[in-house]
Design a protein around this ligand. Structure first.
Ligand code: CA
Length: 230
């Protein structure tokens, strides 16, 4: 499962900026960059971004001032990146409205984990959850799914079932769990209910039980969704 995030990276160091943009884009995120604080603040205020990564040592304005400018008008989550391994400075920035911080040098993996943590804490309930597994994309809250860019015509239950599996892609899920979570039958129900919906889903995903691509079942264990092109 991939959470696609629009990230703004404000960083004047070309090497850090371009490698970070590249690593985040490789992971499917939408990345824009700015090498100046002022231009970065303007971009941050467009509302296009889920999160802003802000370097504190910028040539035109001090990063802490840039943070204050963003905070005075926007609640966009901000992760500050600082070379200053200084606890009092970090506390000052968190007080000034930073949502999290990373010390340089940091890896894209580490930053991505921080971004996920920040978004978990700050995401409003109405935020659209986008789940991507290979060519399958599901906008969970909008109840809309596409396969290779084509809309999938799913019933409400089919959608819920597919979303539940897509959010746990690669992991075996028992039919008992599906009955409890998707059909809200915590004390069990007919496995047949799940089987029937899985066969409908298979048809819509263009596969059969005899020749599975996305949906793999194991008797007595459960079912999992996988990216057939991975
Ligand atoms: Ca810098």
């Amino acid at each position: 499962m991939v959470l696609v995030v629009a990230v703004l990276v404000i960083e004047d160091d070309l090497r850090i900026r371009s490698s970070l943009a590249e690593r985040l884009a490789e992971r499917g995120h939408d990345v824009e960059t700015s090498d100046r604080a002022m231009a970065g603040v303007e971009l941050a205020l467009t509302g296009r971004f889920d999160v802003v990564v802000l370097d504190l040592g910028l040539p035109d304005i001090d990063g802490a001032d840039a943070l204050r400018m963003i905070r005075s008008v926007s609640t966009v989550p901000v992760v500050v990146a600082t070379a200053r391994d200084d606890e009092s400075e970090v506390i000052r920035l968190l007080d000034a409205g930073a949502d999290d911080y990373v010390f340089k040098p940091y890896s894209a993996d580490h930053l991505e984990a921080r971004i996920r943590a920040v978004l978990r804490r700050t995401a409003p309930a109405s935020e659209d959850r986008i789940v991507v597994v290979g060519a399958l994309m599901m906008d969970v809250d909008a109840h809309h799914a596409t396969l290779a860019g084509e809309s999938l015509d799913l019933t409400a239950k089919e959608f819920e079932l597919l979303a539940y599996l897509a959010e746990r892609a690669g992991k075996m899920v028992s039919k008992r769990e599906l009955l409890a979570e998707v059909w809200r039958q915590p004390y069990g129900g007919a496995d047949k209910t799940v089987d029937v919906h899985l066969s409908w889903l298979r048809r819509k995903l263009g596969e059969t039980a005899a020749d599975p691509r996305w949906i793999h079942t194991r008797r007595g264990v459960g079912v999992k969704l996988v990216d057939p092109d991975a």
